[in-house]
Design a protein around this ligand. Structure first.
Ligand code: GLN
Length: 487
């Protein structure tokens, strides 16, 4: 395929590409070749992937093309995708960014992937912080990913590789996971759209668990329409995940262009102040003015307990980690460091297999759950969680959509926070309350500050993704940001 038609394909959104393929103007195989070539071209700079799968992408694309001839495919199935390396892919190495799973090949695909289609065109397994714990991908055992906007800066995390892949055009869209901001924060830092659906909206079966009461899989895309389409592809009830919601899946594209006239938009007071960079605050304010101009009813709203979100999260998430990560012991899969006796083998395997952040969380979580401390930490954090849920309930009785920055800062330099866990944790201060409440939330690029993208976070009530996406679409339209491939 000629160079210029490749770059033309690369300039399309996923939706536009899928439509072109549907109209037989280009094949899925050509799309897969284009994605593979782009990976070859930029991967040395951005390191978006732990494992690239060019051959698999081609084989699957050929099958999609064949199936198109014999009937039909779902619109999205022809679009090459990057998949975060915490999602199980049958026969394809799945590391969770950890040395402890350096050789793990799952026996089945995650349900979200199967929902998308039998021949998902996976271009690679995207890099991430180890077991999705982090905000920069620097906690990956496979080296950090780099922000395509500035290669000396982080792409955010933990789904940083998914974000850098989309921003760099290594596939047209990606799946990430969001436990405390990990879809939205990297999307914000890389100038793309990241959606965390309502807890339970997308099956977690086959997602290697970080914090089970918070984890959710979400789309990372070039624009809001792509986000709606990818959510359509992966959402739905799954009896294999007991926390999956048996709630009908609406048509996420139907209301998308409905605008914000009369929509009640509340700007969250507590998330606009201290610690938020002036350029970020100004970008959010300017987008809010734009929404008001487009007919939204704008007001200020308070989430008084949101300031306790981060401390509560850093008890609850590590507590669940200490339990979820107990299964990695060198016995059934992954790394095994041989030793005399089984206890010594466990110890050495976990010592060598886990990185510093994973160990820190396991220790924090074990402590918070231990007898004598459980009430003071874990039970207390759960009470705070309830308070945060009540704050949101109250806010949604008056507003349809809430707004804040996604991240208090633009992308920071690689190495600048890695030795300061608290500074790193603060990166998710705006994102975390959403996960504690289980509500959906989306980050949309609002503009640039210091030449780097700023994400605007929108939040809405449980299972109101159609409203959220409609507001996000309007946000995209009032912002002066346009997706362009980097680097
Ligand atoms: N950065 C947060 C953490 O380190 C959130 C991670 C996530 O959402 N997976 O826990």
């Amino acid at each position: 395929m000629a160079e210029d038609s490749r770059s033309e394909l690369l300039s399309l959104s996923a939706y536009e590409l899928a439509k072109k393929i549907e109209a037989r103007e280009v094949s899925a195989t050509e799309a897969a070749r284009t994605a593979n070539a782009r990976v070859e071209e930029v991967e040395g700079d951005v390191n978006s992937f732990v494992t690239t799968t060019p051959q698999l992408a081609l084989e699957r694309a050929e099958r999609v093309d064949a199936r198109m001839k014999n009937g039909g495919i779902k619109l999205w199935e022809s679009v090459p995708i990057a998949v975060k390396d915490v999602l199980s892919t049958k026969g394809v190495r799945t590391t969770c960014g950890s040395n402890i799973l350096y050789n793990f090949e799952p026996l089945y695909d995650a349900s979200a992937l199967l929902n998308y289609g039998e021949d998902m065109i996976v271009v690679g397994k995207a890099n991430c912080d180890e077991f999705a714990m982090g905000s920069s991908t620097e906690n990956s055992a496979y080296g950090p990913s780099r922000n395509p906007w500035d290669l000396d800066r982080v792409p955010g995390g933990s789904s940083g590789g998914s974000a850098s892949a989309v921003a760099a055009g290594e596939g047209w869209w990606a799946l990430g996971t969001d436990t405390g901001g990990s879809v939205r924060q990297p999307a914000a830092l890389c100038g793309i759209v990241g959606l965390k659906p309502t807890y339970g909206r997308v099956s977690r079966y086959g997602l290697i668990a970080f914090a089970s009461s918070l984890d959710q899989i979400g789309p990372m895309t070039r624009d809001v329409r792509d986000s709606a389409l990818l959510l359509q592809a992966i959402a739905g009830h799954d009896p294999r995940d007991s926390t999956s919601a048996n709630v009908a899946v609406p048509d996420y594209l139907a209301e998308l262009e409905g605008g914000v006239s009369g929509l009640r938009v509340g700007v969250v007071k507590e998330l606009m102040g201290e610690g938020v960079q002036p350029g970020t605050r100004e970008t959010v304010e300017s987008v809010v003015r734009g929404l008001e101009g487009a007919g939204a009813e704008v007001g200020e709203v308070s989430l008084p307990h949101s300031r306790y979100g981060l401390p509560a999260y850093y008890i609850i998430a590590p507590a669940e980690v200490s339990s979820n990560l107990a299964r990695f012991d060198g016995v059934r899969y992954g790394l095994r460091v041989p030793a005399a006796g089984v206890h010594e083998m466990y110890r050495k395997t976990r010592e060598e297999g886990f990185g510093d952040e994973a160990k820190r969380r396991i220790m924090l979580g074990t402590y918070a759950l231990s007898s004598g401390y459980y009430d003071a930490y874990y039970a207390q954090a759960q009470k705070v969680r309830t308070k945060i849920i009540e704050d949101f309930r109250d806010a949604f009785s008056r507003y349809d959509v809430l707004v804040s920055p996604t991240s208090p800062t633009v992308a920071f330099e690689i190495g600048s926070k890695i030795n300061d866990p608290l500074a790193m944790y603060l990166s998710d201060i705006c994102a975390v309350p959403v996960n504690l409440a289980g509500i959906p939330s989306i980050s949309v690029p609002g503009g640039l500050s210091e030449g780097l993208p700023v994400g605007v976070q929108l939040m809405s009530d449980h299972f109101t993704e159609p409203t959220l996406l409609r507001a996000a679409r309007a946000t995209e339209q009032v912002s002066d940001f346009k997706f362009t491939l980097k680097p």
